[in-house]
Design a protein around this ligand. Structure first.
Ligand code: ZN
Length: 421
């Protein structure tokens, strides 16, 4: 459980870094992306880079040539720090990024150790960083089960990231709705019903066998044309543990591979929905504690900070959208320090307001920003020290909006009541 909770923070961090990197643009084709999969020899990659350095000497533009070659050298330097490729592989982004208009380029280097093994060996020099392979990886963690059913046949499949596997296809053996001439309608209906029950039971057993053994099954999607899928889902055919994992019952036109593809097309939407359900659940728990005044929840920057420092927070809830920074101001004359919290866009104004302002301690006009940290990161770090679960809550649900708008984007479910000592 706690690993999956941690994940929301880890993924959030990586996602954020990748979003930032994806937005960066080079002046020309001069940004280097390097993916090294596990098992690849560093020496082999170094040789490849040496060749690329040579090839780059043919670039006509002096600036581009210099920037590309500089980037390659930087990548080589970083790579040299690794004796061998880490077990999940290694990704390096490096290149000259304009800081403030043309001519202000500075080489930026990012080394990322992926949270999961990467399976791609790639060197690209482009006007942007190729972050998409890592972004894909973020989506590839969880496995979903897919069960397609109608009265004639069923298909069981698994979906991990984009890897789709058809595990089993069975036919129902249930006769069609129209009977052959000469049979009694009642008798025929009874026979059909019996066959259908038998088919549901058989399918249930196959589904239990297939899906219950999957370690990280995130959810089960039931699909198919017509109402049969609902009858199957409502009945007692699936193991209760599997039943709890049913996240959606959706319509498809087909019940075979074609139907599986239909589900996969809708999968991103379904997966987002699951995350929203999780977010709603944790938010509703928070709202319950607040609503019933149990003393087991708190919110607001200062209150939550205090609770975290007391080691009292079980689950920390942070709005994805809070754009607030924590700023450390330091006096360069006497070493006096203070912390301030403000909206990101206020930062420039605040910095300007410091110039000439006397230090509260020594009165020298020597105050300056020593450090800035995003509030989310600041809280996430405190949470890590106290082994607190962190949930990054999107603004996509009503509850998520409420967290952001009514509770300042920061809330906590507590381990113990802080007031009642
Ligand atoms: Zn001072």
């Amino acid at each position: 459980m706690s690993t999956s909770k941690r994940t929301s923070l880890e993924l959030f961090r990586l996602k954020k870094t990748l979003d930032t990197l994806a937005r960066k643009e080079g002046r020309g084709t001069e940004l280097v992306s390097l993916y090294v999969p596990p098992g690849k020899q560093i020496s082999e990659v170094m040789n490849m880079l040496r060749d690329e350095y040579g090839t780059a000497s043919n670039i006509k533009s002096t600036t581009t040539r210099k920037n590309v070659q500089d980037a390659i050298v930087k990548v080589q330097q970083r790579l040299k720090l690794f004796k061998e490729t880490p077990e999940n592989g290694l990704v390096i982004f490096c290149g000259a990024i304009p800081q403030n208009g043309a001519g202000s380029e500075r080489i930026e280097t990012y080394v990322i150790i992926p949270p999961e093994p990467i399976h791609i060996y790639l060197y690209r020099c482009d006007s942007r960083f190729h972050t998409e392979h890592l972004q894909e990886l973020l989506r590839e963690k969880e496995t979903y089960g897919i069960l397609l059913i109608d009265a004639s046949a069923a298909t069981l499949a698994t979906l991990q990231g984009r890897r789709l596997e058809i595990v089993r296809q069975i036919s129902s053996g249930v006769p069609g709705k129209t009977r052959a001439g000469g049979q009694s309608a009642r008798r025929y209906e009874r026979l059909r019903e019996m066959r259908l029950q038998e088919y549901f039971r058989r399918l249930g057993e196959h589904a239990n066998e297939t899906f219950l053994t999957i370690e990280n099954l995130k959810g089960l999607i039931i699909a198919g044309p017509g109402p049969t899928k609902f009858d199957f889902e409502k009945g007692d055919y699936l193991n209760y543990m599997l039943k709890e994992k049913v996240i959606d019952v959706i319509d498809t036109a087909y019940v075979d591979e074609q139907g599986v593809k239909e589900v996969v097309d809708k999968a991103p939407e379904i997966m987002r929905k699951i995350r929203y359900i999780e977010e709603k659940q944790v938010m509703q728990q928070f709202l319950y504690e607040i609503g019933h005044d149990t003393g087991m929840a708190t919110y607001g920057e200062e209150e939550v900070r205090r609770a975290l420092e007391a080691g009292a927070v079980r689950t920390l809830l942070l709005s994805e959208g809070i754009d607030i920074v924590r700023v450390k101001v330091k006096c360069n004359a006497c070493g006096y320090e203070e912390q301030e919290t403000m909206k990101n866009q206020m930062l420039t104004n605040f910095e300007q307001s410091l110039s000439g302002k006397p230090c509260p301690k020594c009165k020298a006009p020597s105050l300056a920003i020593a450090e800035t940290q995003e509030l989310i990161e600041n809280f996430a770090q405190m949470a890590e020290y106290t082994n607190t679960e962190v949930e990054i809550i999107s603004g996509e649900t009503e509850e998520g909006q409420m967290l952001k708008n009514s509770f300042g984007g920061i809330a906590a479910i507590l381990r113990f009541n802080l007031q009642r000592k």
